[in-house]
Design a protein. Structure first.
Length: 234
């Protein structure tokens, strides 16, 4: 019996510090300020891909127009020093039209060429020349740069700095000093359906109502970063 009493007493003594600790009030949560930082930049492309579209709505047997367009396209591309292998037929589609698709041979033919340029600076002069070959649409499909990843890291760092500056302004308005960052997280951009921005030179000609339109500017690759940050106030 005495032995049982000593065991119970020992258990109570061991549990006492835990009970006392549980009864202690939790340390006060540090005061913080939450902000969102943003930064943007533009990167000049080193490589550009164009999509060049031609449409022919003639009798499929009379394909001289399509051949002439292709020859003019090749001449225009080579005239700017672009190698022949940089131009490929990307897509070819056709559909019949008329009262009866079974017995008539009226066909609408669409050809899309993909042109890869390692000299983006020629775009301002090349795009109008492509339209003169009979192209219906000239679209910038993709821009590439080997410096893109490095610039993304730079923009991310600037976004964090922007968040810190905003937090400093809020801290001063509250009569506080800005402490260290408690948390920083990059906001993931929306990854749903993304509409590719396109430049249609011929449409601009039609909208202007004249035979001339302002020359296209060399596009740049936009880079942006957004972060959510929380800083301690002192």
């Amino acid at each position: 019996m005495m032995r049982l009493y000593h065991c119970l007493l020992a258990a109570l003594l061991l549990a006492a510090p835990l009970v006392a600790a549980a009864q202690l009030p939790a340390p006060p949560k540090p005061r913080t300020v939450a902000v969102r930082g943003n930064a943007t930049a533009e990167v000049e492309p080193e490589r550009v891909e164009l999509l060049i579209t031609y449409r022919v709505s003639d009798n499929v047997k009379d394909n001289e127009k399509a051949k002439a367009q292709e020859q003019a396209l090749l001449a225009a591309v080579q005239g700017f020093g672009v190698p022949r292998d940089k131009l490929v037929l990307d897509n070819l589609s056709a559909y019949g039209y008329g009262l009866s698709k079974t017995y008539n041979s009226n066909v609408s033919l669409t050809r899309v060429y993909r042109l890869m340029l390692d000299k983006p600076a020629v775009l301002n002069d090349l795009i109008p020349r492509l339209v003169q070959t009979g192209a219906d649409n000239v679209k910038v499909a993709r821009l590439e740069s080997t410096q893109l990843e490095a610039r993304k890291q730079e923009v991310l760092a600037k976004a964090v700095d922007n968040a810190r500056q905003k937090a400093g302004v809020l801290a001063r308005q509250l009569g506080q000093q800005l402490g260290p960052a408690v948390s920083v997280s990059e906001v993931t951009p929306f990854t749903g359906i993304r509409v590719q921005q396109a430049y249609y030179y011929k449409e601009r000609l039609e909208e202007s109502g004249t035979d001339q339109a302002p020359p296209p500017n060399l596009r740049t690759i936009p880079v942006s970063s957004t972060v959510d940050a929380e800083f301690e106030l002192k």
